[in-house]
Design a protein around this ligand. Structure first.
Ligand code: GLN
Length: 537
């Protein structure tokens, strides 16, 4: 059995420094040297999962193959290292407490007072170790959400402090990411916040092995020495992470900084092979030097916070590179599309995507966007709610069902062309109860989707409660909207397409979750191709 080693990644000074990207980059480098690796995110909030959080609060909810609703960092992990993550890869305080409290009710701790230490910390440690041993991995990288010093992350910091000693020497490494601010008035980079943040870690009993400095300017050898001296880390273990144009450059930069070798040294693992990064390098080169350019409009209601659509945006980056094409993504607030203005607002787009979502706000704008794409033959991809909008639009404007709608929006609609799934009718709890995770789908011969995927059987991830109402299927098909993807077990309609349109696809699933650097998603690749044709490039 593999002797799994553990890397813990913490952050200091400020949030949003990019711990997820650093963790994913390190994982990528270790993987490219032949190590089996995964990444886990510990989130210190009390929600059991982010599934019920508004995207404005927390960005996108990322769905894994096994149907876990997780933090968007897991999307980065999958996109970088091309593996499937699972429920085990994202643990929240809510989930930890839920487990401990149900054990308490079950009587597992009879006679004992249940406390943060040891019961909560033990459960945290159990979940960290489990992911490594269950999958027999060489290295598990565990990212601790939040910033050191936060009240909420204390039990996590304590748990990994204990774990370091339990695992024994050379079996764990601590990477601490901080910010080195630049004061333009005095043209100086400042290390004091880093020193303070490492002090907070030390107060909690953790000496970092590596300090990664986020910075807008090059960090001089002097500054590195200073950080090394004040933070008790080897001078070569002070690593700079300078701002770059694309997150996909970060693994290459981290390799230049030798982050992977330093961590392997701490873990007493051989630094044998050179990392195999050919394909990654080629991807970054094409990404930075595209030959073509298209404009794609993404219509949604959370556009003020682009993180709400992280996976879709990244899927366009991958698909753009696959076509050597820069995809200029314009985020369009669906509430701003009105019957008077929409045609003008959408006029110069080479493709339109209508995004997933919940609830009525902005719905009519999305339906107008579908109408524009259908009537003007603009390549169109509707994802989940976006597909449902395409169905409602078609029913209203081509089937003569003026009040057609999803029963999610108007439960008294006379034409519920999108309706609650039977399996959802008895559901009372909101958390984790949607149709979630990967399901098979069979694609119809000759369809656009089948062409794009190059095969008939696919598996895609879902997150919804409503579905295409098959009572209307024949009517749709006769008028030119054809179900081209069907779930073989339940007959649910997963894909619809329009005849007589160059590229119009609605999918009930979320293709964006499965797009990675090395496997750009076929539907996005095909959509970008169609956009290029439309643009005449
Ligand atoms: N609100 C819709 C449903 O529940 C669509 C969900 C989504 O877009 N993810 O079916």
């Amino acid at each position: 059995m593999a002797n799994t080693k553990y890397v813990f990644v913490t952050g200091g000074v400020a949030s949003s420094l990019g711990k997820g990207i650093i963790s994913a980059s390190l994982a990528k480098l270790l993987q490219s040297r032949g190590y089996s690796v995964t990444i886990q995110k510990l989130d210190p909030y009390i929600n059991v999962d982010p599934g019920t959080l508004n995207p404005y609060e927390h960005g996108e909810c990322y769905v894994t193959e096994d149907g876990a609703e997780t933090d968007l960092d897991l999307g980065h992990y999958e996109r970088f290292i091309n593996i499937h993550t699972s429920q085990m890869n994202n643990v929240t305080t809510g989930r930890i407490y839920q487990t401990v409290i149900s054990k308490e009710r079950h009587g597992d701790y009879l006679g004992k007072t249940v406390q943060v230490i040891p019961h909560i910390t033990d459960e945290i440690k159990r979940r960290i170790k489990l992911i490594g041993t269950k999958n027999q991995l060489d290295v598990v990288i565990t990212e601790i959400g939040g910033t050191v010093g936060d009240i909420e992350s204390l039990p996590y910091i304590e748990a990994v402090r204990q774990l370091r000693w339990e695992l024994g020497p050379s079996n764990s490494a601590f990477v601490h990411l901080t910010l080195v601010p630049y004061l333009s008035a005095s043209s100086e980079l400042k290390t004091k916040p880093t020193q303070h943040s490492v002090k907070v870690l030390l107060e909690n009993g953790i000496q970092p092995d590596v300090v990664v400095l986020r910075t807008e300017h090059d960090i001089s050898a002097d500054i590195r020495r200073k950080v090394s001296l004040f933070c008790n880390v080897d001078p070569d273990a002070v690593v700079q992470s300078i701002d770059v144009k694309t997150i996909y450059e970060v693994p290459l930069l981290m390799q230049q900084e030798k982050l992977d070798s330093i961590v392997l040294r701490k873990l007493a693992l051989p630094i044998n092979e050179e990392p195999k990064l050919e394909a990654w390098r080629n991807f970054v080169t094409t990404l930075k030097n595209p030959h073509h350019h298209v404009k794609v409009g993404m219509v949604g209601k959370y556009v003020e916070l682009p993180d709400a659509y992280k996976s879709i945006m990244e899927a366009f980056v991958h698909a753009g590179a696959a076509n050597s094409c820069k995809v200029e993504l314009r985020l369009i607030q669906s509430e701003g599309l009105t019957p008077d203005s929409y045609a003008e607002q959408l006029a110069d787009l080479n493709a339109i995507l209508v995004a997933p979502g919940f609830g009525h706000r902005g719905l009519e704008g999305k339906i107008l966007a579908v109408r524009y794409a259908r009537e003007h033959k603009v390549p169109f991809l509707g994802i989940c709610l976006g597909m449902q909008c395409a169905v409602s639009e078609f029913a209203r404007n081509l089937l003569g069902l003026a009040e057609a709608n999803s029963s999610e929006m108007v439960d008294t609609t006379p034409h519920p062309v999108i309706d609650l799934m039977d399996s959802q009718k008895e559901v009372a709890d909101m958390g984790g109860t949607m149709r979630l995770g990967a399901y098979p789908c069979t694609l119809k011969e000759g369809s656009l989707a089948r062409d794009a995927y190059g095969r008939a059987e696919i598996h895609e991830r879902h997150r919804h409660r409503y579905e295409f109402n098959s009572a209307y299927a024949e009517q749709f098909e006769r008028a030119g909207m054809v179900p081209t993807g069907i779930n073989p077990a339940t007959n649910l309609v997963e894909v619809v397409e329009l005849t007589g349109h160059p590229w119009f696809v609605g999918v009930q699933f979320h293709p964006e979750y499965k797009s990675t650097v090395l496997n750009p998603h076929p539907l996005f690749v095909s959509l970008v191709k169609a956009a290029m044709e439309r643009a005449g490039v």
